[in-house]
Design a protein. Structure first.
Lengths: 149, 149
DNA sequence: GTATGTGCAAAGTATTTGCCCCAGA
DNA sequence: TCTGGGGCAAATACTTTGCACATAC
């Protein structure tokens, strides 16, 4: 998986540029959220995001929510279930996606760096089902080395 | 995918039997939840479950929660994210699972009756990652025929 | 200047817990 | 009888909304 010059999966600058194209204003809060998400790399819930140095003190939780939603509508952020009580957010890359390996005990989330086998299936489903604009979400759950006794 | 004599994906009786083996008592509420889940077939949130004829009036919402959690611990029920605000529950079959096709507009949930391409990946991840007791969850999101204009 | 973005507080909705009574084995 | 199950109500947690003010463009 390619990474930007900072070693992140998705480059904050790219996202900000695309956000502007989408009509979003470049505010302090927007920059902060995007940067925090880029640094995080893996999906992160709102209450974690709040604590990130780039975000803490910069903007309110409500603003975070609204920004994440807006970014989501523009396809720049993806919202994940991950079986947690809270929603998890991560920067979405154009045309790309990640699959995750999650420990159901401690909740750790790792990015699966493998060839995703679902692309083909997705195309077939697109043909057969009548659904359009498909994307998928794949998570593998298990017990991580630290959690299985 | 095989179905039981009632045409359900998972037979309520089988689940009840396995629940008893697991040490759960056979209560009215337990029977009701399992039956309702079997009838539903597709994943269903708690507030829907409450309204099902087999459940309505039989037991309290709290009891439903506790039962679903207990059944989940015994591997008899699976809890899904599905990007809804509420968790979705469905009967789990031993060694089996379903993938879903979900409309992100109207929220409809269909079971994908296809060969799941993730089994292989799952095995490989088991070998490489050090994680154990793996299972996966795959959802394809899109716009259903009714929702794309 | 104007439309969009933001903070604060308050309202929802989903989920969980405590406590005590009830019922299955 | 004895332990796990259930009901009710209250507590938590997460998310969303309203409204008045601030700010990007």
């Amino acid at each position: 998986m390619d990474r930007c010059k900072h070693g992140h999966f998705v480059c904050a600058d790219t996202v900000l540029a695309r956000a502007k194209e989408g009509g979003l204003r470049r505010t302090r809060a927007l920059e902060a959220v995007v940067e925090a998400l880029a640094e995080a790399g893996t999906p992160i819930p709102l209450n974690e995001l709040e604590k990130k140095p780039s975000v803490a003190g910069v903007c309110d939780r409500t603003t975070l929510f609204r920004l994440l939603n807006r970014l989501g509508e523009h396809g720049l952020v993806r919202r994940l279930g991950l079986h947690k009580r809270a929603a998890y957010f991560t920067l979405a890359m154009p045309g790309g996606h990640h699959d995750y390996l999650i420990c159901r005990e401690c909740g750790s989330v790792e990015i699966l760096e493998v060839e995703c086998p679902v692309q083909e299936l997705e195309k077939e489903v697109a043909k057969v089902s009548g659904y359009t604009d498909l994307y998928h979400e794949l998570e593998i759950y298990g017990l991580c080395p630290n959690c299985h006794g």
